[in-house]
Design a protein around this ligand. Structure first.
Ligand code: SF4
Length: 237
């Protein structure tokens, strides 16, 4: 949605609802709660509290958070809120793994919003985003062919995206790039939400991808993973 004069497609009505009452006693499996700079998306560079939920049903070829597939520690929503509050930042990102694989993630998101945090959710796009609290900014992947998981894209999610949301394409090859252009065109994604093109770290030359984007006048934002430039693949960063 980088063209400010482009008309926006209104968010569709959802048949599902976010939980009316959120329980601070709901328990989630958590890999880590940490404080860092947001490395991706429209708020890149902002000090942010991260809540990384354990578990993911996908196995993307480029995954850099395999340590979140299993293990984790049970924490109540109230305990998570207490830890997040200690970081003294209004920005909270709930990530994974695939956070929506734990149904009580919806409770966590609602309580965080109720507490006044500015909340974003990073999701693979494999789960239904319709019940997510509408105050949450959804940063949703559309899995490209080289991820090995593009058949898991839940395309029904597209109709639930709002103009505040972000769709991310992780691009590891020219084939992925062309696939992303096709998806944007077929689903008018540039009129629906913000678009991010993220080159797979160490696999594709970002400068080459930038040249493709300029040649094709792509209405997406090139994003380089700030946290990887600063700290590499260190967990908790
Ligand atoms: S969805 Fe995310 S956490 Fe899950 S395998 Fe893919 S990159 Fe890793």
């Amino acid at each position: 949605m980088d063209n400010p004069i482009a008309p926006l497609i209104p968010e569709q009505e959802s048949s599902q609802q976010s939980p009316d009452t959120a329980s601070p006693e709901a328990v989630l499996k958590i890999t880590e709660v940490f404080y860092s700079l947001q490395g991706e998306g429209l708020t890149a560079g902002l000090p942010t509290a991260f809540v990384r939920l354990t578990g993911c049903p996908l196995r993307c070829s480029y995954c850099d958070t395999a340590y979140a597939f299993s293990g984790g520690k049970p924490l109540t929503v109230a305990q998570i809120i207490a830890q997040v509050s200690d970081f003294k930042t209004p920005h909270v990102t709930v990530t994974g793994g695939e956070p929506l694989a734990q149904p009580d993630c919806l409770q966590l998101l609602k309580v965080l919003c109720d507490q006044g945090f500015q909340v974003s959710l990073e999701t693979s796009g494999e789960r239904d985003i319709a019940p997510v609290d509408p105050r949450v900014i959804r940063v949703m992947d559309l899995k490209t062919p080289s991820s090995g998981e593009s058949q898991r894209n839940r395309l029904e999610n597209i109709m639930h995206l709002s103009s505040a949301d972000q769709v991310k394409f992780v691009i590891g090859a020219r084939e992925d790039y062309l696939w992303a252009l096709k998806m944007i065109d077929e689903h008018s994604l540039d009129q629906r939400c913000h678009l991010l093109f993220s080159p797979v770290f160490g696999q594709i030359d970002p400068a080459e991808m930038a040249a493709w984007m300029l040649t094709d006048h792509v209405t997406a934002r090139l994003q380089l993973q700030l946290h990887k430039s600063l700290w590499g693949d260190e967990p908790g960063r």
